[in-house]
Design a protein around this ligand. Structure first.
Ligand code: NAI
Ligand code: MG
Length: 496
């Protein structure tokens, strides 16, 4: 199989799709000659095949990264030059926004407008971390006369990064930005459902002028290439976004290999809480964004909606009316809000949860069925009268399915909101500042929104309490996960 393929997109964009593994600044075939198919979730057809990394290719990529970290140009660059490279990459993302976002919509199925936002946010993230590159400082610490002590924040080294399929390009940028700003090198494995946009972005790495081997991008299967990366003895850190199940596997792999540093950004079952005094129209808009944005395929999705009892019936009626207006369909159509789920497997998982909800006695207010008969489309679905014991109230569905229940007062909702092993996000809708502050203080979640939902910003840390993760991404907080502190203690005679 060749290393590129001409692809024509539904919006008329024609481009040359790279298919190889991007290792040491070049697109190459895997040494074992394996490939895997990439599907379009809108029509279930094969778009193309890409070269697959196996354990041997992971090893080659890690060696290339190690060589770039220890020799060559990279360690000699000034921090500000690393920053300039990231800013250049950000510019190239923006220049190529139409191509990148179209490829994303083709492969992932997300509405084109959402893909454009992802590309713009990815560019913003790369530029933000470009700005940090020359602001990574240690401290001078005075302990006693006749000594001089300081700390340095050094790069960790070869970073393995494993990303999911729900925001392929955005996760690419969230991972690469802080790693590169702090002087690390990267081997990034994309999700097998969505390898295409990352390979187009890999071309931009060369165009930006990064030395070969600093950023390597490989397509591969989780239990093969992902496992090889997390078990590798010469990978110093692994950063993962995906399911809690695989997160545990990665932590175990680190423990059983070289105790590489691990950061995990995992699942959630986040409560979205609407108090009776909230602006109900606005709360409904945010509840829609909270659960139906990106087809419900968000780790921080507001999948448990709790409404205070005095407005519960009104809320459910108005919410239904609003959700009926969400346009489901072709991601390349201008009005589309919700495209297909990413894969047959995810489609089946979600439909399984919907059937379970029905069997357990929750009320289907709207939706509950497949949409159309081609592609992995699911009707936006609202379940009401969902009780705490039901599966749909406890497990991450990762699809366009909202579960609604009512609550009485602050004490009750704090207890119910926290009754989960997850702790990624939560939201409160109220006009009362005291309620907002009290409830957000008492909720165990890494991000708490007040009168909004799903508002992520590159400058604000993101990550999970409890089983939703380890470490933080974004903001200054992410830099700590890509550096290690070295203490230097100099005896100027004070220590004898
Ligand atoms: P997954 O956790 O299997 O996949 C995420 C990434 O991990 C992919 O790159 C995959 O290749 C890799 N991976 C899989 N097995 C691995 C292993 N043994 N070692 C190393 N890497 C491995 O998630 P999947 O199956 O795609 O989705 C299942 C569920 O996970 C979803 O329904 C959702 O609940 C959750 N999920 C959460 C995401 C988030 O943003 N936190 C993103 C994607 C999925
Ligand atoms: Mg696909």
């Amino acid at each position: 199989m060749s290393l590129t393929q001409q692809i024509s997109l539904p919006n008329g964009v024609k481009y040359e799709q790279p298919l190889g593994l991007f290792i040491n600044g070049e697109f190459v075939k895997g040494v074992e000659g394996k490939t895997f198919e990439v599907h379009n979730p809108s029509d279930e057809k094969v778009i193309c095949s890409v070269h697959e990394a196996t354990e041997k290719d992971v090893d080659i990529a890690v060696k290339a990264a190690r060589a770039a970290f220890t020799g060559g140009e990279w360690p000699k660059l000034k921090p500000s030059q690393r920053g300039q490279l990231l800013c250049k990459l950000a510019d190239l993302f923006e220049e190529n926004v139409t191509k990148l976002s179209s490829v994303e919509s083709l492969d992932n199925g997300k509405a084109l407008a959402l893909s454009r936002t992802d590309v713009t946010m990815a560019a913003g993230c790369l530029r933000y971390y470009g700005g940090w590159a020359d602001k990574i400082h240690g401290k001078v610490v005075d302990t006693q006369p006749g000594t001089f002590n300081y700390t340095k924040h050094e790069p960790i080294g070869v970073c393995g990064q494993i990303i999911p399929w729900n925001f392929p390009l955005l996760m690419w940028a969230w991972k690469i930005g802080p790693a590169i700003a702090t002087g690390n090198v990267v081997v990034l494995k994309t999700a097998e459902q969505t390898p295409l946009s990352a390979l187009v972005a890999a071309e931009l790495i060369n165009e930006a002028g990064f030395p070969p081997g600093v950023i390597n991008i490989i397509s591969g299967i989780g239990r093969v290439a992902g496992a090889a990366l997390s078990n590798h003895m010469d990978v110093d850190k692994i950063a993962f976004t995906g399911s809690t199940l695989v997160g545990r596997t990665i932590l175990r792999a680190a423990a059983d290999s070289n105790l590489k540093k691990v950061t995990l950004e995992l699942g959630g079952k986040s409560p979205n809480i609407v108090f009776a005094d909230a602006d109900i129209e606005k709360a409904i808009e945010w509840a829609n964004i909270g659960i139906f944005f990106n087809h419900g395929q968000c780790c921080c999705a507001g999948s448990r909606i709790y409404v205070q009892e005095s407005i519960y019936d009104t809320f459910v009626e108005k919410f239904k009316e609003r959700i009926r207006k969400n346009v489901v369909g072709d991601p390349f159509h201008g009005d589309t809000f919700q495209g297909p789920q990413v894969s047959k497997l995810q489609f089946d998982r979600i439909m399984g949860y919907i059937e379970h909800g029905k069997e357990e006695g929750a009320v289907v207010e709207i939706g509950g069925k497949r949409f159309g008969d081609v592609g992995y489309f699911i009707e936006p679905t609202i379940f009401s009268n969902v009780t705490p014991d039901m599966k749909i109230m406890n497990e991450e569905i990762f699809g366009p399915v909202a579960s609604i229940a009512k609550f009485k007062d602050i004490d009750e909702i704090v207890e119910v909101g926290n009754a989960t092993n997850y702790g990624l996000a939560a939201a409160v809708h109220t006009k009362d500042l005291n309620t907002a502050i009290e409830v957000t203080n008492r909720l165990k979640a890494g991000t708490c929104w007040v009168n909004c939902y799903n508002m992520l910003n590159t400058a604000l840390p993101f990550g999970g309490f409890k089983e939703s993760g380890v470490g933080r991404e974004l903001g200054k907080a992410a830099l700590a996960n890509y550096t290690q502190v070295k203490t230097v203690q100099i005896n100027l005679g004070g220590l004898g």
